[in-house]
Design a protein around this ligand. Structure first.
Ligand code: TYC
Length: 103
């Protein structure tokens, strides 16, 4: 760290800045058509949740409109979103998955 007394004449320690990469929330959005069992399956398959956890998050999305299903690096988050969107499209469900930078 560096000492800086240019303003006040008091020595103040400044923390060395260690750059952590930003994290991204991956979110599932509710819709009226995707079957509940399909969403539970997606959460088990791509997010490593057990059945009870997957069911709980699915119900949260169903009731609240969306929920965070995991927090990842940018690359992993992008991969998860792409996997979910592709899987939903192949099964002709309108399920939407998005990512957003964490504050
Ligand atoms: N609302 C859907 C239904 O009633 C279920 C659902 C849950 C859809 C979560 C999408 O991300 C979702 N069949």
């Amino acid at each position: 760290g560096s000492d800086d007394d240019s303003d006040t004449g008091l020595l103040t320690k400044t923390k060395p800045k260690t750059k952590r990469p930003p994290l991204y929330k991956v979110m599932l959005l509710n819709d009226d058509f995707t079957p509940m069992e399909f969403v539970v399956h997606v959460l088990e398959r791509f997010f490593g949740l057990n059945h009870a956890q997957a069911f709980e998050i699915m119900l949260t999305v169903h009731k609240k409109g969306l929920a965070v299903v995991g927090v990842f690096s940018h690359e992993i988050a992008e991969t998860k979103v792409a996997q979910v969107m592709d899987f939903a499209r192949r099964h002709q469900h309108p399920l939407q998955c998005t990512m957003e930078k964490e504050e």
